[in-house]
Design a protein around this ligand. Structure first.
Ligand code: IMP
Ligand code: MG
Length: 184
């Protein structure tokens, strides 16, 4: 990230060290939650925000997993919602009777993940759960709840560790609040 970019950040909300610790706990939760399930579970990462979270989580999980990805667009490159969610890229695995764990960067209104899970449910998985790095419960417009959340945050626009503003900041190693004056 260029120096001029970091001046746009108001405050570091969650440090890289805090994230690393939380991911170890999250992986333990996954191993514990699925300990009675034989065979691999399917991790479905929601691109692109899931990349650092999923990448790090993956190496800490001890059980067998299969990896798959979806691109579901609802933000169109801005922080403002401009359309209903659209599945841009679907999974390639056959997930019938498989146990699915979605990996998200953040749940805000809950609309994107609810839409995604409704669509994937049509493929007859054995179960579906969701783990998210961040959760903004105050933004929720439905009654959707994640099964596991690493950090609950206030209703502020955050970037870093996968989260973007207009595709920037994904490579920042902590979660920071973007100054309002840079958001249009
Ligand atoms: P939802 O449909 O409102 O729950 O939005 C979920 C998606 O919006 C996330 O997967 C992010 O891509 C994006 N999003 C929501 N809040 C933020 C934020 O504070 N920073 C960056 N992206 C966000
Ligand atoms: Mg996302």
């Amino acid at each position: 990230m260029e120096a001029s970019q970091s001046t746009k950040l108001e405050e570091i909300l969650i440090t890289n060290e805090q994230i690393n610790k939380a991911i170890i706990k999250a992986a333990e939760w996954i191993d514990e939650t699925y300990k009675k399930i034989e065979g691999p579970i399917v991790l479905i990462g929601l691109l692109k925000g899931c990349i650092p979270f999923l990448g790090q989580l993956l190496t800490k999980i001890k059980r067998d997993v299969i990896l798959d990805f979806m691109v579901v667009s609802s933000f169109k490159g801005s922080h403002k919602r401009k359309s209903d969610p659209v599945i841009v890229t679907d999974i390639i695995s056959n997930i019938e009777n498989m146990h699915i764990l979605f990996i998200e960067d953040i749940i805000d209104s809950g609309l994107t993940i609810q839409y995604t899970m409704n669509k994937v449910f049509e493929k007859n998985p054995a179960s579906m759960k969701l783990i998210s790095l961040l959760d903004k419960p105050s933004g929720r417009v439905n009654n959707f709840n994640a099964d596991y959340v690493c950090f609950e945050i206030e209703d502020k626009f955050v970037v870093g560790f996968g989260l973007d503003y207009k595709e920037m900041f994904r490579n920042y190693d902590s979660v920071a609040v973007l100054s309002k004056k840079y958001i249009d």
